[in-house]
Write a protein that binds this ligand. Structure first.
Ligand SMILES: NC(=O)c1ccc[n+]([C@@H]2O[C@H](COP(=O)([O-])OP(=O)(O)OC[C@H]3O[C@@H](n4cnc5c(N)ncnc54)[C@H](OP(=O)(O)O)[C@@H]3O)[C@@H](O)[C@H]2O)c1
Length: 277
């Protein structure tokens, strides 16, 4: 079976860059999001199969999974759809923002994972996914892993799911939850040839993420990226796709990725980087 991967949240930012990177390396891609015009532009560029779908809507997700199966199946899934709404203190935060963040970052991830797991399992039975490990003794064609294919799931969380910060309340809670769900899933799939990976980026400059978070306030949205070199969507995509390109028995449980200028959630160096002394 050809290597085929479903990427959610593919209409912009990290998701779109991820589809481009997979396509560059010869993967077939299925790009999923709500905005069809953006998906169609990406399809023109990359040949992706596009499916319009709101990941928080179980009925739409079920139809999406059926279409994935009917058009060639999938051996990979990237749960990238997500985002932040608001940066208010816990005391004054809006519950609707918190509900929407939990819906997309956690329930959406669960919906898509549950719907596509049977499709991923089919890929492992078809012998698809990735080529057999090349490492001697690690389960090559004559090892314990002979006779089946492999599948991969990667959840795009955030360093906001590993460290809390003031104003992060709802987003921290949602991404901590996504981090926990990823760990649970890895435990629950133990014994299957399906790896479960997590990529937690720090500061990434994408066009829409902070603008959406700060309700369209472009001046405020520029502040986190001022006088610093953040990660780009392409940086994240390169590392993300690299995890899928590892031999299939290699599971990168948790990849934390930050720009050099950001040594923690609370330490972002503004201005040029210079060697000491
Ligand atoms: N930018 C950062 O600094 C950063 C850092 C760490 C982690 N992350 C995480 O990385 C992921 C991508 O972020 P990004 O920076 O690329 O932001 P982005 O450009 O805003 O991308 C978010 C994507 O999610 C999709 N999406 C949102 N709600 C959806 C829904 N209900 N159903 C289906 N798709 C939905 C959006 O497409 P539609 O609107 O077309 O549906 C969009 O394609 C997110 O999970 C984010 O939390 C971002």
């Amino acid at each position: 079976m050809t290597k085929r991967v479903v990427v959610t949240g593919a209409s912009s930012g990290i998701g779109a860059a991820t589809v481009r990177r997979f396509a560059e390396l010869g993967w077939e891609t299925v790009a999923v999001a709500r905005r069809l015009d953006k998906l169609e532009a990406l399809a023109q560029e990359t040949g992706a199969h596009v499916i319009q779908c709101d990941v928080t809507d179980e009925a739409q997700v079920a139809l999406m999974a059926e279409e994935v199966r009917a058009t060639g199946g999938a051996s990979g899934l990237v749960n990238n759809a997500g985002g932040a709404l608001g940066a208010d203190p816990v005391e004054t935060a809006l519950n609707d923002d918190w509900r929407r963040m939990f819906e997309v970052n956690v329930i959406g991830l669960r919906n898509v994972t549950a719907a596509l797991l049977p499709v991923l399992r089919e890929a492992t039975r078809d012998g698809g996914g990735a080529s057999a490990p090349a490492v001697a003794g690690a389960g090559g064609p004559t090892g314990v892993d002979a006779g089946h294919g492999w599948a991969s799931i990667l959840n795009l969380t955030s360093t906001a799911g590993l460290a809390s910060y003031p104003g992060g309340g709802g987003y921290n809670a949602a991404k901590y939850a996504a981090h926990a769900v990823t760990e649970v899933l890895r435990l629950e799939l133990a014994g299957e040839p399906i790896r479960v990976m997590e990529l937690a980026p720090g500061l990434v400059h994408t066009e829409e993420f902070t603008l959406n978070r700060l309700r369209g306030d472009a001046a405020a949205a520029a502040v986190p990226y001022a006088n610093v070199t953040p990660l780009t969507a392409e940086d994240v995509a390169r590392v993300l796709v690299g995890a899928f390109e590892q031999p299939p028995h290699v599971n990168q449980d948790l990849i934390v990725l930050r720009p050099v200028a950001q040594s923690s959630v609370f330490h972002t160096h503004r201005g040029p980087l210079t060697a000491k002394g």
